[in-house]
Design a protein around this ligand. Structure first.
Ligand code: SF4
Ligand code: SF4
Length: 319
């Protein structure tokens, strides 16, 4: 009997599913070693198939995406019940991710923007989604959309986390290998190195001991030197506060790190940590000058809490 494995997709952009496909021919090894019993993006399993399985009969469920609808919440609880281990995959499942930025608004605000105000929306009657709709004697239903987006471990008990937006195929295949060998680490472990990205960044030797930034710039405003520390060039690289394990993907592409691997275990609030690190790097002791330097950072809340608002101390905007 091969161990049974499930993949599920909640509120996310789809990159974590790409990660599975990016295993390339490695997916054949996975399929040979495990029995995939659920993978809605690729195979036609039904909810009833999972409901009919014995509790605990799935060895591990890999769940990506945040939880923002009743349907996702129901699936999370169902897979928790049916699985011996649940692994949160990707920044959205781990921290709320980009969908979690909706916590700066609420359901009414999101619907207003998406279904009425967006320039590409054609909706002259201003119709909004309903949870039930009667038509020709039939009742149609849709899941309810929550006011607040949650990370997976705010809804169910999670055993492990694979970070990233998306995680690398290597992290996934390492997790599957550890599972097959019965060598998964202690519950609660984030399955990536517990050190800051700067530690294995190819440009780390050019990062000054003390940063002194007199002007923050955005990537489209400058030609980024391909050899030097990006943060030292005045671009917001969040590597000092971000967990390593991605292979410095963005740095290798000459772009700053935006923090998708989240914090190391020593950081409680990722956004607060990075905010204090960046604010402390302003090259001035004069309050007005520091304010001028920091003013160049567009959308600080969205920048520093880009992936982690739902699990932060803020959690959401009070409306
Ligand atoms: S701040 Fe960015 S570019 Fe500089 S060493 Fe750290 S990860 Fe590399
Ligand atoms: S460099 Fe930063 S944003 Fe880019 S993949 Fe790595 S952790 Fe994510």
């Amino acid at each position: 009997m091969k161990p049974k494995v499930a993949f599920y997709w909640c509120a996310a952009g789809g990159g974590c599913e790409e990660m599975v496909v990016d295993l390339a021919e490695g997916i054949l090894d996975v399929v040979a070693a495990v029995d995939i019993v659920l993978w809605p993006v690729a195979m036609d399993f039904k909810k009833a198939d999972i409901e009919a399985m014995e509790d605990g009969s799935i060895a591990v469920a890999f769940i990506n995406g945040a939880v923002r609808t009743t349907e996702q919440e129901e699936w999370a609880h169902l897979l928790r019940r049916k699985s011996q281990a649940v692994i949160a995959v990707g920044a959205c499942a781990q921290m709320g991710g980009i969908p979690g930025l909706a916590n700066f608004s609420n359901r009414a605000g999101v619907f207003q923007t998406v279904y009425r105000d967006a320039p590409s929306t054609l909706n002259a009657e201003g119709v909004l989604p309903e949870t039930t709709h009667q038509d020709n004697g039939f009742t149609l239903t849709l899941p309810r959309f929550f006011d607040t987006v949650k990370a997976l471990d705010q809804v169910i008990d999670v055993d492990y986390t694979i970070p990233g937006c998306p995680p690398t195929p290597q992290l996934l295949s390492d997790a599957v290998s550890a599972l097959l060998a019965g060598k998964l680490p202690a519950k609660g472990t984030v399955l990536a190195p517990d050190q800051a990205l700067c530690m294995d960044c190819p440009r780390k030797d050019t990062k000054p001991e003390r940063l002194a930034i007199s002007e923050f710039k955005r990537p489209h405003q400058v030609l980024i030197d391909q050899e030097k520390c990006i943060l030292a060039q005045g671009l917001l690289c969040l590597g000092p506060a971000t967990r390593s394990g991605c292979g410095s993907r963005c740095i290798e592409g000459n772009m700053p790190c935006t923090g998708c691997f989240g914090p190391t275990s020593r950081v409680r609030d990722y956004g607060g940590k990075v905010l204090s690190a960046i604010a402390g790097s302003a090259d001035s002791n004069d309050e007005a000058e520091i304010a001028r330097i920091l003013d160049k950072i567009p959308d600080p809340a969205g920048t520093f809490y880009r992936y982690s608002l739902p699990v932060s101390e803020l959690q959401r905007k009070r409306l």
